[in-house]
Design a protein around this ligand. Structure first.
Ligand SMILES: *Cc1c(COP(=O)(O)O)cnc(C)c1O
Length: 386
């Protein structure tokens, strides 16, 4: 198990955001921390006996991990999850005092970071377990990931008890959790998730007393599969739901979850075009009547997908207007017609309430809301409102 990049990690700047004055940027992402906490409470009410492990990987799904984690900490959350060690270090350095589990498979060369920054480690394979024991750098706080059907990372059920016993004997880990992950909890049929859960429960039976915590549910499972959050020591790993979305359209709304992020931009230019004039790169849109074209100060470099070219729409003053032509890196154009009362500087809602939501953007862009939220780039200042 070698890692050929071991000389580079220390040189990578872990700050991922511009320290920009949001008022001078045309595009901004408003993050409503009050709604975040309301969404947290939805999960607490849904599964009163389970505790929320807030998944704040990928900069809290694009919302800004340090501020999101601080707000959640204030609301009593003590468990956090990230995907990678650098994400965990950034969060720890931002002042989070709760537990931070790194969900991804550890790189053997970097396990010292888990100790240095007090991060919980995922034991994702028997090889990793043996490496940790051999390294004698512990004790690490460890969560053993058991493979039940996602086939991404994890220890096969048949090996799980043996590996856990070996870790316990070694003294190099403190077992904090046993966990698995559902492959299709947001699918139309929950049978596969039920089979995964049954297999997990069967596997951990001999280990019932070994781990203080058990966690299986993601957002969709917490809402749809009550048996996944009923264990007396259950955590639930909640990501997308905290931010007000779900992979399954309707599920979040029906559960009372509300989107936390609104992305707005501004009209930076307004002009009239005559019949036959084309707009934007590749001349993929041509006026079939005289109209006015508003240029918006956002593009795919802000995370506004280029697939929305000639396909998406935006909301200006509560009215929807279609995108005209190709979405550029930093701008795109909208056909606002000749009648509308619209001027340069007007706010344009790219997604949010009374506008297309991230489901709609995702549908146009042939993806899921997760990718739209995490795709809002570092150029877009996050503005936190309560
Ligand atoms: C991202 C992730 C989650 C959170 O899933 P959501 O669907 O966003 O709630 C939970 N567990 C693991 C292992 C993950 O990677």
């Amino acid at each position: 198990m070698r890692n050929s990049r071991n000389s580079t990690l220390h040189k990578i700047d872990t700050s991922t955001r511009f320290d920009a004055d949001p008022t001078s940027a045309p595009t901004r992402a408003e993050v409503h921390l009050g709604r975040l906490i309301q969404n947290l409470d939805v999960f607490r009410r849904t599964a009163p006996s389970a505790e929320v492990m807030a998944v704040v990987k990928a900069d809290a799904y694009g919302h800004g991990a340090p501020r999101v984690a601080a707000a959640l900490s204030e609301a009593g959350v003590t468990w956090f999850a990230v995907a990678t060690v650098p994400e965990g270090i950034r969060l720890r350095k931002s002042g989070v005092e709760g537990r931070i589990l790194v969900l991804g498979a550890p790189f053997p060369d970097y396990i010292h970071f888990y100790g240095e920054y007090d991060l919980d480690i995922t034991i994702s394979s028997e090889e990793i377990a043996e490496h940790i024991i051999a390294a004698e750098m512990g004790p690490f706080r460890a969560h053993v990931k058991i493979e039940t059907g996602m086939n991404r990372i994890g220890i096969p059920c048949r090996d799980a008890v043996r590996v856990v016993r070996r870790l316990e004997m070694s003294g190099d880990v403190r077992l904090e959790g046993l966990w698995t992950h559902f492959a299709a909890a947001d699918g139309t049929d929950l049978d596969f998730s039920r089979r995964q859960l049954a297999q997990f429960n069967e596997t951990i039976k001999p280990l019932e007393d070994a781990a203080p915590r058990i966690h299986t549910a993601n957002s969709a499972a917490a809402l749809r599969l009550p048996e996944s959050v009923q264990h007396p020591r259950a955590l639930m790993r909640i990501g997308i739901g905290l931010y007000g979305y779900s992979a399954l359209e309707g599920l979040a709304e029906d559960s009372g979850l509300r989107p936390v992020m609104t992305v707005t931009s501004q009209i930076t230019h307004l002009k009239s075009v005559a019949t036959g004039e084309s707009v934007s790169y590749g001349r993929r849109w041509t006026a079939d009547h005289p109209t006015r074209i508003a240029t918006v100060g956002a593009g795919y470099a802000d995370g506004y997908p280029r697939l929305l070219s000639n396909r998406g729409d935006v909301s200006i003053g509560g009215v929807r207007y279609p995108i005209a032509g190709t979405v550029c890196m930093d701008m795109f154009m909208v056909d606002v017609g000749t009648a509308a009362d619209i001027s340069v500087g007007d706010e344009v809602v790219l997604f949010g309430p009374k506008a297309p939501d991230a489901y709609q953007i995702a549908a146009w862009a042939e993806t899921i809301p997760y990718e739209i939220l995490t795709g809002v780039t570092a150029r877009v200042p996050r503005v936190f409102v309560s």
